[in-house]
Design a protein around this ligand. Sequence first.
Ligand code: C5P
Length: 241
Amino acid sequence: MSHYDPKLAPPRDRLILALDVADADSARALVTELGDAVRFYKIGLELAMSGEYFQLLDWLLQHDKRVFADLKFYDVPATVAAAVRQVRNRGATFLTVHGDRAIMEAAASEKGESMRVLAVTVLTSLDKADLEEMGIHDDVRDVVLRRAQLAVESGCDGVIASGHEAKDLRSTLGPGPLVVTPGIRPADNTSQDDQKRIVTPGAAILDGADFLVVGRPIRGASAPRAAAEAIQAEIEAALAE
Ligand code: C5P
């Protein structure tokens, strides 16, 4: 595990399923149903509050899955550093923190050998009006790019970003940093949900995303495994271009 380089990950590792479910039993049932179609899982705050987070993490590792610990740490640097120390040897491949310089430096300094720290630049639920309300008058895109540069300067391994920013991020950051993209919707997706700024799996990869985070288009599909396989095929085709 310690020598895994996410930049060289095989195509099938590029799809990360968002396990946004309430308890470990539901999570395990979905992972079992998806079988080989998904090899990487994101477990976040909902499961952390279920009380079964680390049992589930261990179970995923035992089943040869990779884990993205989406815990979005945000606190004073000493507390973030201590929290990262607690999680760094648990076997997660990715961990998220919020993108303020001192927090990111603290997280990067404690991440250990095998875990990569990804920065949340601007939550995708925030728009220009929300930033204005907080006294930030720049465009969302400019704030994302500035905070992404700061993340890399601070020692983070990459960022979480909307597919709409993937291309600009790639040209700003260069090829090295990881770009992990939620808000993915297959072209034939018909579900109505809160994701507004969406892109297709192929477009996100072609724009420079390294990994795609997908939740409802797979979890909510009538045939989740087939939906995951269709996205895998689209990722593979885009990587081959
Ligand atoms: O929308 P979907 O179910 O594919 O969401 C997958 C992941 O994308 C979620 O776990 C969440 O972290 C992220 N998300 C987001 N913006 C939203 C909703 C979800 O970035 N508005």
